[in-house]
Design a protein around this ligand. Structure first.
Ligand SMILES: NC(=O)C1=CN([C@@H]2O[C@H](COP(=O)(O)OP(=O)(O)OC[C@H]3O[C@@H](n4cnc5c(N)ncnc54)[C@H](O)[C@@H]3O)[C@@H](O)[C@H]2O)C=CC1
Ligand SMILES: CC(C)CC(=O)C(=O)O
Length: 366
């Protein structure tokens, strides 16, 4: 992969390759843009097919965080880490402590949290080495696992998208196909079940499927069948790039609203959804609940305040749909414009000079 060319194309700031032989740590920290503030984004641990695949994932996810944090109204930039390894077999205490020291070395330019393959326990280990980590145990005064809050935000955003497609935001009686029933989707299914929706689920993890079948009366289908099932709403809650050339024509849902990051393989797939009349709730707008929740830790965590902000995801999805209709553009593009315009406005307003303690002139003003 031509890393500098890619970074230049999308204007990335920094990539840090971290290696620790003793613990087996192989991590890529990627900082996309810090115009709005320090880059906040989770750490994913995954078995990648190649180093290039891991680097590309880190880059794509970091950029997604810039847009997510901007669209959510947070004063935070975008970054992400991927750790190459199997989260079931390759983790150890030294690995997360070593990773914590790398984060500390960035001196606050990057703040981490959970993502696929990492847990609150891992964040607690990182916290031994650096304060620049969120989603740490409530015992430390932090917010803990962000997944249930992400799920609540997705639920709220799904209702806003349903309002557009069905003229009501009630999900009672709706058939909802959920891809992946991991941390976020399990709680999402709980909300949907409680509202009276019927669930169809799939997962590569058979136990996760069984749990959803038992707890919510969900119907289980094979991995590849989830796209083509008869349903009202499709909720991708596993990994990215699942809306692609192979899957898009199979989708029967009128709404796509789920937690997974980077759902569109390419932007042209978002254009296609628009042409097909499918209401697509842009991934980084609808799944911002987790980051809104962990970001609240930076002000001294207050759950009530965090949840109130997460509820605005309903309005954010509604605004994106409004812009999409007004300008006849796909929803992903409407969301991108909202985020980019905010970053641009802040970039300009920051150009006003402000003397601070570290400035070369500061000694003259003491
Ligand atoms: N945890 C959080 O707070 C947030 C998560 N997200 C995104 O939401 C998605 C889900 O996150 P989590 O629930 O935390 O992860 P998770 O790892 O707990 O759940 C993902 C589930 O998807 C399953 N899966 C993987 N590949 C699959 C496939 N090809 N078909 C069907 N199932 C498959 C896994 O077995 C797992 O059960 C990820 O894309 C993540 O980046 C986004 C924002 C916040
Ligand atoms: C705290 C995490 C949930 C943030 C993140 O990495 C994400 O939203 O994808």
């Amino acid at each position: 992969m031509e890393i500098f060319k890619y970074m230049e194309t999308y204007d990335y700031e920094q990539m840090v390759i971290c290696q620790d032989k003793q613990s087996g740590l192989k991590a890529i920290i990627c900082i996309h843009d810090t115009t709005l503030g320090p880059a906040l984004g989770g750490t994913r641990m995954w078995t990648y097919d190649s180093e290039d695949a891991a680097i590309e994932d880190a880059l794509r996810l970091a950029r997604g965080m810039t847009y997510k944090n901007a669209a959510a109204g947070l004063n935070l930039g975008g970054g992400k880490t991927v750790i190459i390894g199997d989260p079931k077999k390759d983790k150890n205490e030294e690995m997360f402590r070593a990773f914590g020291r790398y984060i500390q070395g960035l001196n606050g330019r990057y703040i981490t949290a959970e993502d696929v393959g990492t847990t609150v326990e891992d964040m607690d280990l990182i916290y031994q080495e650096t304060p620049f980590v969120t989603g740490v145990s409530p015992a430390f005064g932090s917010s803990g696992n962000p997944s249930p809050v992400t799920a609540y935000g997705v639920y709220r955003g799904m209702k806003a998208a349903a309002m557009e497609a069905f003229g009501t935001d009630s999900l009672e009686g709706k058939v909802i196909a959920v891809q992946g029933v991991g941390h976020v989707a399990y709680t999402l299914c709980k909300h949907l079940h409680e509202e009276g929706a019927s669930l169809i689920v799939t997962d590569i993890n058979k136990e996760a499927v069984q749990r959803a079948v038992e707890d919510f009366g969900a119907k289980a289908v094979d991995i590849d069948d989830i796209y083509s099932v008869d349903c009202d709403i499709f909720a991708p809650c596993a990994l990215g790039a699942i809306i692609n050339d192979d899957t898009i024509s199979k989708i029967k849902a009128k709404v796509i609203a789920g937690a997974a990051n980077n759902q569109l393989k390419e932007t042209r797939h978002g254009d296609a959804l628009h042409e097909m009349g499918i209401v697509y709730a842009p991934d980084y707008v609808i799944n911002a609940g987790g980051v809104i929740n962990v970001a609240d830790e930076l002000n001294g965590y207050n759950r009530e305040r965090a949840i109130k902000k997460v509820e605005t995801i309903y309005d954010n999805i509604a605004s994106v749909i409004e812009i999409s209709k007004r300008d006849n553009i796909p929803t992903y593009l409407a969301a991108d414009r909202l985020a980019e315009e905010r970053i641009e406005r802040m970039r300009k307003s920051r150009s006003q000079f402000l003397l601070n303690e570290r400035h070369i002139l500061s000694s003259r003003t003491r």
